[in-house]
Design a protein. Sequence first.
Length: 255
Amino acid sequence: MNIGSKIALVTGASSGIGEATAQRLALAGYKVYGTSRRVAKASQRSFELLPLDVTSDESVAAAVGEVVRRNGRIDLLVNNAGFSVAPAGAEESSTGQARSIFDTNFFGIVRMTRAVVPHMRQQGSGRIINIGSVLGFLPAPYMALYSATKHAVEGYSESLDHELRTRGIRVSVIEPAYTKTQFDANFLEPDSKLDEYREIRASLRKTFTEVMAAAPMIQASWPTSCSRLPARRARSSDTRPVSARAAFADLRLQA
């Protein structure tokens, strides 16, 4: 495969896993377009950053349309954009807040997929990689909404792979464990806080901060060719310093 002719689009690429992914793909020879909700200042990035809000049909159509207009194709879509409500009781988030996190973490992927798949079908080839989480297959007390979105991403991704593989398109879900990023710095506070959860919220935030601080650094370790990535699911084999299951078992004990 001549990677130099391949076009990649990576959402949520202004920092963290998305930025590391975009940089690694660029290093491997892809022409990469990253996206971010906020207009980023000029930097030394090895890829171009486009404005995109995955919760907006119009914004998604504009970004995908711009990439196709410039290049005539999209070979790889990496859906990384997402956020979480800060650890808290599930009842401390309103249904409106629940809709908000699903609108980004899950329906954002649906919007991007619906915008890109027609072009991949026309090409007869393509790859979609959705960034999930270990919390997409493990229970996550006090992070119920985030976990629910990632469970949805897993089910959608694996079903979509079976649906599209006969058209030359493969879909994978990557499910990493804790990784040292600014993820926790961007937590959205629960919008319906209850005094009954005040102490556990404080304890949870302390534990989560400690876990994130000790988590492994981002490794830009994508294979040179994305065709070498296994289809469907790739779960993290490195959960240092503590597995998600153990971390949340500790939180249950503290509760």
